[in-house]
Ligand binder design. Structure first.
Ligand code: GDG
Length: 458
């Protein structure tokens, strides 16, 4: 069997995967099974940057190999092109994108350097799997160095309609370089379709059917592979003593009154201000909820050095103050906004204590919170998931209450439906979603991509 080489911006952890998300768990699983190398950035900057020493760590059959970046690489590649250019464009926010030439150059530089450092570690029959928008160019760089191995790519965030992507300077070059991969996986069939449409309409390629596109002498398999979570593991987490303690704390606090839960990194793609306004509308339009229903928002800050992120946080603090000031009562606080993180166990317990899971991104590749919320519920008395149609997760969770996150009235009405839904209907909807997320878990996702890569590319 071939060895697996995974490339991603951040790597690991190999041990203590209890702390890691579903992605790390799934990758460690397949890496252990096939034997493998996981290559990426250390997370630190140094003067030597990617020219500096390779830091390695091995556990059984898996080796982690990491290199630093220089401060300039961090600024131009990571904070720059990845997070200030690609992230907004791929989330349909051309208005927020910064198209500085310096960023684009930094992106090419880091992709090239990282590929150069990986090259000597590669063996002839290694299977290479590159993750996410940081490394669109990675296969093209490897090919330029003569690497002929099978290489797959998976994009964790949305791939926008060609009409949007065309706004990115040099988008055609970016997509042309992506054709150096043998397989390109997206979160949804819609994203895959957007990519194929771009290849046909913008770079004169051909759609050959069955997901295959061709251009510039290359043929690539382009498909949707919705990422899953370790559903069974997460369900177990929700019943650990630590999780139970958190469930009990909330139950004590709300005293039988229903709680709505939101869990999101503070990011403009997550639709948080829109969500708070929809909750306010629930209290306006359905006054019977005043004094009863509350919204708990767990919101770990991310990328706070970027203005757009700092602004969202301020806006949320203001909205919380406004809504609480307007509606709060002696024994009831409408919104609990917490700009902090919790352990995964605590999160599982928090989900379990919440009658409604509110997941309303304006755009999201998949959204794992939607799946975690479902996994953490009690089978006998499960909560209801309210889910944005613009989350990739909506494609595979039709039993959720699907909403347009831009519609304040629509989300408020769905919340009211969720809060008044009879037990039997809650159970039916939950069971269908739970069965599906267990069958299509993170490890099934990874295996399917690797199987297709093996079957498709010669
Ligand atoms: C990207 C794509 C895609 C959140 N708060 C805490 C915490 N979390 C965990 C959640 C979940 C993860 O972070 C967030 O995953 P999402 O999928 O919701 O969103 P992104 O971070 O934007 O992830 C997304 C994903 O990649 C995978 O392909 O689904 O579309 O944007 O697991 O539980 N974890 C802990 N404490 C917190 O306070 N421990």
């Amino acid at each position: 069997m071939s060895r697996l080489v995974v490339v991603s911006n951040r790597v690991g952890p190999l041990k203590d995967t209890g702390k890691a998300g579903g992605l790390a768990v799934a990758l460690v699983d397949v890496l252990q099974e096939m034997g493998g190398l996981w290559f990426g950035w250390t997370g630190t900057t140094s003067d030597e940057g990617s020219f500096g020493p390779l830091q390695t760590e091995a556990v059984d059959t898996v080796t982690l190999a990491q290199i630093d970046m220089t401060q300039a690489d961090y600024d131009d590649f990571y904070a720059g092109y990845a997070n200030r250019t690609l992230w907004p464009v791929l989330h349909y926010r051309l208005d927020l994108a910064d198209f500085s030439r310096r960023y684009e150059e930094g992106y090419r530089r880091v992709n090239e350097r990282f590929a150069t450092r990986l090259r000597p570690m590669l063996k002839a029959d290694d299977v290479i799997w590159v993750q996410d928008y940081h490394f669109f160019n990675f296969a093209a760089e490897l090919r330029a160095m003569g690497v002929t191995n099978k290489i797959a790519f998976f994009l964790h965030i949305p791939f926008p309609a060609p009409e949007i992507l065309a706004g990115l300077p040099n988008a055609d070059q970016l997509v042309r370089r992506m054709l150096a991969y043998d397989l390109i996986g997206f979160q949804t069939s819609r994203d895959a379709e957007n990519f194929r449409r771009f290849v046909v309409s913008e770079i004169g390629g051909k759609d050959k059917g069955n997901g295959v596109v061709s251009a510039g002498g290359r043929e690539v398999l382009v498909r949707g592979y919705p990422i899953g979570i370790d559903a069974a593991g997460f369900a177990k987490l929700a019943t650990t003593p630590d999780a139970r303690r958190h469930t009990a704390r909330i139950e004590k606090l709300v005293g039988g009154r229903p709680q709505i839960i939101g869990v999101d990194r503070i990011d403009y793609s997550k639709g948080l201000p829109e969500r708070f306004r929809a909750f306010e509308r629930l209290l306006e339009d359905y006054p019977e909820n005043r004094g009863g229903v509350s919204l708990m928002q767990v919101a770990p800050p991310s990328r706070s050095e970027l203005d757009a992120y700092a602004e969202i946080r301020r806006e949320l603090e203001e909205l919380t103050g406004h809504i609480n000031g307007r509606f709060a009562d002696l024994d009831w606080t409408p919104i609990r906004f917490m700009a902090r993180s919790f352990t995964r166990r605590a999160l599982a317990g928090i989900y379990r204590a919440s009658r409604v899971g509110l997941v309303t991104p304006l755009r999201d590749g998949m959204n794992l919170v939607a799946k975690e919320y479902v996994a953490a519920q009690r089978a006998e008395d499960p909560g209801v998931l309210v889910l944005s149609r613009f989350a990739g997760a909506a494609e595979g969770m039709p039993e959720a209450l699907i909403v347009n996150p831009h519609s304040t009235e629509g989300v408020a009405a769905a919340l009211q439906t969720a809060l008044t839904m009879p037990l039997e209907e809650r159970r039916d909807r939950w069971q269908a979603m739970f069965d599906r997320i267990c069958a299509q878990d993170a490890s099934a996702w990874a295996r399917e991509i690797l199987r297709d890569l093996d079957a498709y590319s010669k």
